[in-house]
Structure formats: C-alpha cells, structure tokens
Write a protein that binds this ligand. Structure first.
Ligand code: IVH
Length: 669
C-alpha cells in the first residue's frame, strides 16, 4: 500500500504544482477549481496518513506554520544593490555615454540593452538549493534581510521547486512582490469595514503583508511576484540577461511579458514611450522601466558605484498629477521645529493611493504659487515622497478662496516662531515643544537608527502626552508598570516593548549618530562619521576642518554637525542618553594596518568567506574594496568562477591573491 501511496503522492504533488503554475503564472487554468480542490484534498489526506512520504516541496506546505515571535536575520549570498535613476531623455543618453566610456567602446557602436518594467513592490531574494526553495528574505540593508520564507511560500505563483530535471546546485533569484491594484482596493475596503488601518498604496500593502509574523495573514492576501535578477549561484552561467530571464520563465517563475532587447539608447527610449502609453492599463503599479546591459560580461566589466551597478539604470516616469480642492491648511511642527504648512485636500486617487494631504513646503512657496484655501489645485506624487501641491488652477477660482499666513506662534506650544534671514523655513523657537520632542523620538527609534520595533507614532504620542518621556533618555527608563497604565497595553505588549527598548541599549555608533537627527546627516554620513571619529566623545569635540576631511562630507554638513553640538541642550540630552545606552564602536583602523591605503577588488566565489565577510575583513584592516579593476588596484582577490575582472587584472599586471593569500596578508594565514 505504502508504495502506491508514495507514487500517488508524487503524482499529485507534481500535478498540483503544475496547475498552480497554469493558474497563477500563466493565467491559463487547465482544470476547474473543483477538480483542483479534489486533487488537493486527496494529497492532504494521503500526507496525513503517511506523513513520512510528504515531499519537501509539497503544495500543502504553502499554508505556513505557527506565527513567529520575530523574523530571523538572513544574509544574502551576494548583496542586493540598488539602481541609479534617469529622469529625462538626456539622462538616459548620458548613461549610455558613460557605459560606453567604462567599457572602452566607440560611441558609434550600439550597446545591447535589456529593457523591462520597474515593478513597484517589495524586493525579495529567494534561495534555491538543488532546485528547491529553501529561503526567502527581504532586502533589509542590502547585506542582511529578514527571513520571510513562511510568508513567501504562501504565494502560489512562486515555484517551490524549479521546473527542470537538472537544477543548478544553488541559485539566488531576485524579484519584486506585488499586490495588484484591484486587490489592493479590495483589501483596503475590507480593512475599512473591519475598522483596521488602510494602506497608503499597493507597495505598502505588499510590504505589510510579507512582513506579517503570522503567515496565515500573508496567505489571505492575493500577493504575486515578478522575477528578474540573480544573486550568487553555483553550477549555472548565463551570457545574457535575456537568456537568464527566459530561463527563469522556463523554471516556472513569473517574468514580465513586457521585456525587450534594444539596440542602442534610441531603441530604449522607444520602449520607454511604448510602456508609458500602456502604464495606466497595467494591473499593477510600475514606476519606470529598468535598462540593463544585456551582455553579462559587459555588466560585470562596468562594475558598480555607490552600491548601484554602472551598467543598469531605472528610467523613471514623471510623477502622476491629479486635481483636487484644498479644504484647509494646517501647520505641522517637525523635529527641528520647522513649521510646514500642509494642505488638507478632498481625497483623490493618485498612482494607486488615496491622497488626503499634500505639502505646501513653506510660506514663500504658498505666496509664489498664490495658493489659497478653497482653491482647485494640481497635486503630484513621485514614488515614496510626500505629495505636493504643484499649482493652482486659476480658471476655477471663484473669489471666495481664503489666503493663508503661517502663525507667529507655534501651533503646538505657542512659543514664538522665528524665520532667520535667508532661510525659507520658519521655526518654533522652543526646545521644549512637545511636537518637536515627538518627532525627535520618532527619528531616534527609526529602523535605520536605534531600531526599536513596535515603538510607533501612536505609542510615542501616548508616552509624551502622559509625561512619561520628556526627553529621549527617559525612553530608557520606562518600566512595565508605566506602560500598563496606558491605554491599549496588556502584559505581553508591555513586556515586548520593554524588551525592544532594552535591546536597543547597545546600538552601533552610526545608528546613534543618525538617530540624533542632526540636519543634513543621513545614514551614509553617520556611517562615515562613526568610522572616522570612532566615538561619540570625539565627534562632539570635532571642528569643522576635521569634519571636512571625512569622506563625502561637505561644508554644509560639517557646519550642521558643529552647530548641533554647540547647543548645550543637545549636549545635555546626549549626555543623559549616554548614561543609559552604550554605542558599539567600530574596530579601529590604524595607519600600520596591513592593508592601509590599499585598494582591493573581489571577484568570483571564495571557498570560505562570503563577499561581505571578505569586505569587512579588508576594511577592518584598513583596505578599501572597489568594484572595478584599474591601474590603481593593488590586489585582486579571485575565487572560483572569477570572470572578466581577473582577466583585466592579468592584463594590467595587478597582483592576484586567493583567499589564503588574502588571509596571510592580514596575518591570519
Ligand atoms: S534589477 C541592482 N529589475 O528596483 C539592483 N530591479 O530601485 C538590480 N526593481 O532594488 C535590480 N523592478 O527592488 C531590477 N525589473 C527590475 C525591477 C527592479 C523593480 C526594484 C528592485 C531594486 C529597485 C531599485
């Protein structure tokens, strides 16, 4: 009996996976829903009777297990990079020119570009071992993401097993998880009727669904995905992007149908315009087209700059515009006290989202555009940014519209408002303004800063409004008893928040620097500052001249840092904070380090070190990792399947090391 059960389980598994593919990928079901359900139920029953016979890629395993407490971290085999943007035709041609230069090709020669849609979703990295899906991770910081395997398995267009008898030993497949617009609308309606919060746009809805600890919620959302990229791999090689995507399709992935090899930038432009015409009739959101060198040896040779491949670009569409009416203008107070006038508009759909507010930036903008309450206006929204009012539709003016002036007193704390000469922004002059405090706290606990999970806007409001947190340090002194007094807190939720806060007590130094919310200091700058100064104490003492020596720091940032620490209130706030949290200091690089002043290039797969481990090791020893080989390269570290970079190194006579050679160079051999 068990032999026939085994054969039947195998047969049913394969059949159901096939029908999933027909229905969810090809959009061409071959059997009725009822017939599909029968197959599914038969498989479930057999698997229940013979659990040991269940195949690891069984479709019954798509449902997801117990809800998780938190997501595990998962390291990508190769980093997930981002894309540089082109916003105009000129920028596209400039990109084409740049690529020619990097590849040392005559501008007359047309490059072969692979063009496809830029899906506006959540990027994901799938790992397949011997053809079976073993993990799925979000992008995270590009190196390490969150393990969302349980949720991703519920997406039935994603193959649990590659459709081939000879799969690669290992491969990372990258793509975008999306929620189609129609399903997004329906989801929001359901959320409303259940009294739950609605999502701002399809991308947020997709991201929110994938990042559910309870996989049954993800399973209930009609998510889908498109795939387009490869990370690390063993046992496969492709010559062209077009060939790779055809293979993806053959393996059973959903790949955008709108894809084309274009000869030269003019052909790319033609593709871009064709897609623009189709954009509104697509069932999902796109925000541009992606243009990639089709020849993978070219792509590799072009290398990368600041985490974006030089041989690819996102050619974006201009922001969508819509008209609506301004019902009111309110004033928001930001982290640094800046007063921002915001238009409350009649809700309007724009690029897959419902817009209710749009920024007016500042008083000068309002005056320049002559915006009044009651005006019919054009608003626009580009990607993730806050929607803005572009212009008034003057033909619609009736005459009863009301002019607006920013108040002279802060709308929250009533302190005087000041506008420095030469600045467009008016600011609340009080340091004790609770609106500012709330914003400062929000910034401090953000994902890229102290990353205190579960401490959202609402809870910050509660903590501040109830007087529990009067300055950032007090966040680290809240007790469970404090929380239990607040509305909406139960035993478990209080404990979770207390734990999350406790976990944030030893952040990496750059996270704290970024979290302070110093004007002009973003995450990348914070990293550079942390690396150069090595401690908060040294950064506090820094002078403008010293700051200007730091990588990528210009005069405006340098001035802003000095100015920030020149305020006794800021110093005092930070000192109290440093009594309760202890930032981790990056390893120091001394001038005598083995690789000080040396530039290295990594290529191929090293036997033991992942690419990011090797990078970290090199950087810890004072070296710099670059993505392309030139005469300024000191060493190329080559592993298995090293490609054109190795050839170039040989041609230029650059010294070549293997993993062992690298380790012995830094005294770890
Ligand atoms: S290729 C180096 N192709 O856009 C990254 N990305 O803005 C290579 N995206 O992180 C990505 N559609 O999440 C590529 N057809 C497409 C894409 C695409 C959407 C996303 C991807 C990437 C982001 C960059």
């Amino acid at each position: 009996m068990s032999k026939t059960a085994k054969a039947r389980i195998h047969e049913l598994t394969e059949q159901i996976l096939h029908h999933d593919h027909c229905y969810y990928v090809l959009d061409q079901p071959e059997i009725s829903d009822a017939a599909y359900d029968r197959l599914f139920r038969e498989l479930q029953e057999l698997e229940e009777a013979y659990p040991q016979l269940r195949l690891p890629y069984s479709p019954t395993q798509r449902v997801g297990g117990k809800p998780l407490d938190e997501f595990a971290k998962l390291k990508h085999g190769l980093p997930m990079l981002s894309l540089a943007n082109a916003l105009t035709e000129e920028e596209l041609f400039a990109f084409d020119e740049r690529v020619h230069r990097f590849l040392d090709l005559s501008p007359k020669e047309n490059l072969e570009y692979f063009c496809e849609l830029k899906f506006d979703g959540l990027s994901i990295n799938l790992q397949y071992q011997d053809g079976l899906l073993i993990s799925a991770a979000t992008r995270g910081d590009g190196e390490v993401g969150e393990d969302v395997t349980q949720n991703i398995k519920t997406i039935r267009s994603i193959p649990l097993k590659l459709d081939t008898p000879s799969p690669p030993r290992f491969i990372e497949i990258r793509g975008e998880i999306l929620l189609p617009i129609k399903d997004f609308d329906q989801l929001n309606e359901e959320q409303l009727s259940r009294g739950q919060k609605t999502f701002a746009n399809p991308r947020n809805a997709a991201a929110g669904s994938v990042r559910q600890l309870d996989a049954s919620i993800a399973a209930s959302r009609p998510l889908t995905g498109f795939f387009y990229g490869m990370g690390s791999s063993q046992g496969v090689k492709f010559a062209r992007m077009s060939e790779f995507e055809d293979q993806l399709e053959a393996w059973g992935f959903r790949v955008g149908k709108n894809r084309r090899v274009c000869e030269g930038a003019s052909a790319v432009l033609k593709f871009y315009r064709e897609i623009e015409k189709k954009r509104d009739s697509l069932p999902f959101e796109i925000d541009g087209v992606v243009v990639k060198l089709n020849r993978l040896d070219h792509l590799d040779r072009a290398g990368a700059v600041s985490r974006s491949p030089r041989g690819m670009i996102a050619f974006k569409y201009p922001p969508r515009q819509e008209s609506t009416t301004i019902e009111d203008i309110i004033v928001q107070v930001g982290r640094t006290g800046a007063l921002t006038p915001v238009a409350i508009v009649k809700p309007v759909r724009l690029g897959g989202a419902t817009i209710r507010r749009a920024t007016l930036h500042n008083q000068d903008e309002i005056d320049r555009k002559d915006i009044r309450i009651g005006d019919r206006v054009l608003i626009q929204r580009a990607g993730d940014v806050i929607p803005e009012v572009v212009q008034v539709i003057f033909e619609s003016r009736k005459g009863n519209e009301k002019k607006f002036k920013l108040p002279n007193a802060c709308p929250v704390c009533e302190s005087p408002v000041e506008r420095k000469p030469g600045e467009a922004v008016a600011r609340c002059t009080s340091r004790n303004c609770i609106a500012q405090l709330k914003e400062r706290l929000r910034h401090l606990v953000m994902k890229d800063a102290l990353n205190i999970e579960g401490l959202g806007e609402k809870i910050i409001e509660q903590l501040v409004d109830n007087g529990l947190v009067r300055h950032p340090a007090e966040l680290f002194q809240i007790t469970k008893t404090d929380l239990l007094e607040l509305e909406g807190f139960a035993d478990k939720s209080s404990q979770n928040l207390i734990d999350a806060i406790a976990n944030a007590r030893s952040p990496e130094l750059y996270r704290l620097i970024f979290g302070l919310g110093i004007r002009h200091v973003g995450e990348a700058t914070a990293k550079n500052l942390a690396r150069s100064f090595g401690s908060m104490e040294r950064l506090i003492q820094s002078q403008e001249a010293e700051l200007l020596e730091v990588d990528e720091i210009g005069p405006e940032m340098a001035r802003s840092v000095v100015e920030y620490f020149s305020h006794p209130e800021n110093r005092h706030e930070l000192e109290s904070l440093l009594k309760l949290i202890r930032p981790i200091v990056p390893k120091k690089v001394s001038a005598g380090s083995a690789l000080a002043g040396k530039t290295l290039v990594l290529t191929g797969t090293l036997p033991n070190l992942s690419r990011s481990d090797a990078t970290r090791l090199i950087e810890e020893n004072g070296g710099k990792v670059s993505s392309s080989v030139s005469k300024n390269t000191h060493y190329v570290v080559a592993g298995e399947e090293a490609g054109s970079k190795l050839e170039k190194a040989q041609a230029l006579g650059v010294e070549i090391l293997d993993e062992k050679g690298l380790l012995s160079l830094i005294g770890r051999g």
